[in-house]
Design a protein around this ligand. Structure first.
Ligand SMILES: [Zn+2]
Ligand SMILES: [Zn+2]
Length: 321
């Protein structure tokens, strides 16, 4: 299973227009990992996108992705307000995008966004489904988990031959955490330790009510997942990417923080040969795709070599040679 964190931001993007905070200032100055679009995840198998934040069109362009299906977690703007991208994707392919929506979420998405308009124009083909009934999409099994909230809010379990993935980008505190082991959990960032923050939170801060604590979430997932990646990284937390990395290192190498464009691959620990084959396949894909544009081809090859998923492979080559 191959996944890409399309956007790793929280309810507001980084940088924000007009904001002079250290995180937004660094994002304007350095770009790259400092910039965070609204939270969404792309799954290569079936070309499935989870959520359409406001900046989704620009993010899909930047990553050269063209999803053919979309799931939504909930109707908040940082997860759904960029829905019009469906119009562009459908026009580009000349066929409708498939939209998968839990029954209870449908009226909420319809009330707030042009869901019905897009269906009427033939750009979107909606399948409404019951969360307790898993869906099969391109060989993967998708299951929606309903959060214990009045509003319809969902997380997704995606299951394939390489194992199970949980994508729970928001409202983690109200998620009924499923039983059993996971290969990967991509979760909403918890309340971080006070010592890690640029300024400690006052005891009345809403984060104490709305978020589980860092230690509690690590405890909950230790031994339950091979890899834990935190996303929905709020600009308001005030941390820079290297500060997130430092904090992750204190937890161990199974924990990390997401960044926009982060590639996540399942099964590479178990099978280095499969990782090598995936690497070769991507090399060939790039060579084929940019055969008429050598500059772009070189640039894409460089990006591929820098992809953290394949760093292990490079180390292995060096050891082996
Ligand atoms: Zn959100
Ligand atoms: Zn800011």
């Amino acid at each position: 299973m191959r996944l890409i964190v399309v956007g790793s931001g929280g309810s507001q993007p980084t940088p924000k227009a007009g904001c002079a905070c250290r995180v937004c200032t660094a994002a304007r100055r350095f770009g790259g990992r400092h910039q965070r679009a609204g939270p969404s995840l792309y799954v290569h198998e079936g070309a499935v996108l989870i959520d359409t934040p406001e900046e989704i069109n620009a993010r899909l362009v930047a990553l050269d992705l063209a999803p053919q299906a979309v799931f939504w977690t909930h109707a908040h703007p940082d997860h759904a307000a960029g829905m019009r991208v469906i119009e562009f994707l459908a026009q580009a392919r000349g066929r409708p995008v498939r939209g998968y929506v839990p029954h209870e979420l449908y009226p909420e998405l319809m009330r707030r966004y042009p869901l019905e308009h897009m269906a009427r124009r033939g750009w979107l083909e909606v399948t409404r489904f019951a969360p307790e009934r898993p869906l099969q999409v391109a060989g993967l099994r998708w299951m929606a988990l309903r959060h214990a909230e009045e509003e319809p809010i969902y997380s997704y379990v995606i299951e394939g031959a390489a194992g199970r993935v949980l994508y729970a980008p928001d409202h983690y505190q109200t998620l009924p955490v499923p039983e059993g082991r996971f290969a990967l959990a991509v979760l909403q960032v918890p309340r971080l330790p006070q010592a890690a923050l640029p300024a400690p939170l006052p005891p009345t801060h809403p984060a104490f009510r709305r978020f589980k604590a860092w230690e509690a979430v690590l405890e909950e997932w230790r031994g339950k997942t091979d890899r834990l990646v935190f996303t929905h990284l709020y600009e308001a937390i005030g941390l820079l990417p290297e500060e997130y990395d430092r904090l992750a290192r204190t937890a161990g190498d199974w924990v990390g923080f997401a960044h926009d464009g982060m590639a996540l691959e399942l099964g590479e620990e178990a099978d280095p040969l499969a990782l090598f084959e995936a690497f070769r396949a991507r090399q060939e894909e790039i060579a084929r795709r940019y055969a008429h544009d050598p500059r772009r081809m070189r640039e894409e090859m460089r990006k591929l070599l820098a992809d953290p998923v394949y760093q292990r492979l490079k180390k292995g080559f060096r050891r082996g040679s």
